[in-house]
Ligand binder design. Structure first.
Ligand code: TTP
Length: 260
């Protein structure tokens, strides 16, 4: 199927269980997923982006929102920074939290504007609960930053979450923004997120390999049947699609018309 045919399909299934189609944008750190997501959103009112909850990983308050109101001095932790500073100690905790916060975000109902749309709404996710597991957590396990017991526990609860909630965040397709690790490194430096200062090229190379194995070579051992058959649209994200209008146009055209 292509995205436009997915849209046709969704006309007839508008009253079915899920009134929206969902697509996930995948790709290496700093490849430009959020830039691309904004581009899609601006290209059509029927596309709605669910952004990644990175700021929650940078500011964890050890209290519920109610408790926070009555105690403004709660400690704030930056789990993203803790993970980069001491990956052996914090990777498991980070991966638990990033997956949980993502699921919570993605489970939120689409805005009324989208549901009332006469057209065919598409929700665009920046990453998915699948890249949490098959890119990052797996990579950390292979690097020895998540130990065998933590990996077992992670996979166990992850599978349970997918079994229980997977149908509510089910994907129609994946858009893979594919760029060289060197290009991602350039963009990472340009953006200058303080927590990522110590990220080395070999870490990005490892993550690139994980994306290739999952989305191109299809050699990652995937535990969910539906995920194995999801169409993947690959886009050459080495192109400067942030600043080059032609590249942007090409991407939009491909997403709308090309088979994925
Ligand atoms: P990304 O999800 O790659 O987001 P990004 O802001 O780099 O994307 P883009 O520039 O393409 O829009 O990662 C955000 C940060 O969180 C990054 O430092 C990597 C880290 N991270 C992990 O370590 N483990 C994870 O499971 C995830 C999802 C992110």
């Amino acid at each position: 199927p292509n995205v436009s045919s997915l849209r046709k399909h969704s006309i007839s299934s508008k009253d079915a269980a899920s009134p929206v189609r969902r697509v996930s944008i995948e790709g290496n750190i700093a490849v430009g997923k959020s830039t691309f997501a904004k581009l899609l959103q601006s290209a059509s009112p029927d596309w709605e982006v669910m952004t990644e909850p990175v700021s929650e990983w940078q500011n964890i308050e050890g209290k519920t929102s109610k408790e926070r109101d009555s105690s403004p001095h709660a400690t704030v932790s930056n789990l993203l920074q803790m993970m980069y500073q001491d990956p052996q100690r914090w990777s498991y905790t980070f991966q638990t939290y990033s997956c949980m916060t993502r699921l919570r975000t993605q489970l939120q109902p689409p805005p009324a504007r989208l549901l009332n749309s006469k057209a065919l709404p598409v929700q665009v996710y920046e990453r998915s609960i699948y890249s949490d597991r098959y890119i990052f957590a797996l990579n950390m396990f292979e690097l020895g930053c998540i130990n065998a017991t933590e990996w077992m526990v992670y996979q166990d609860w992850h599978s349970l979450l997918v079994e229980q909630f997977g149908h509510q965040v089910e994907l129609e397709g994946i858009i893979y923004l594919r760029a060289s690790p060197q290009k991602c490194m350039e963009r990472l430096k340009l953006r200058g997120r303080p927590e990522e200062k110590g990220v080395q090229l070999d870490y990005l190379e490892g993550l690139h390999e994980q994306h290739e194995k999952w989305l191109v070579e299809k050699s990652t051992e995937i535990h969910f049947k539906k995920l194995k058959n999801i169409p993947v649209l690959q886009l050459d994200a080495n192109m400067e699609f942030k600043s080059d209008p032609e590249a942007r146009e090409e991407f939009i055209t491909k997403v709308t018309f090309i088979r994925i």
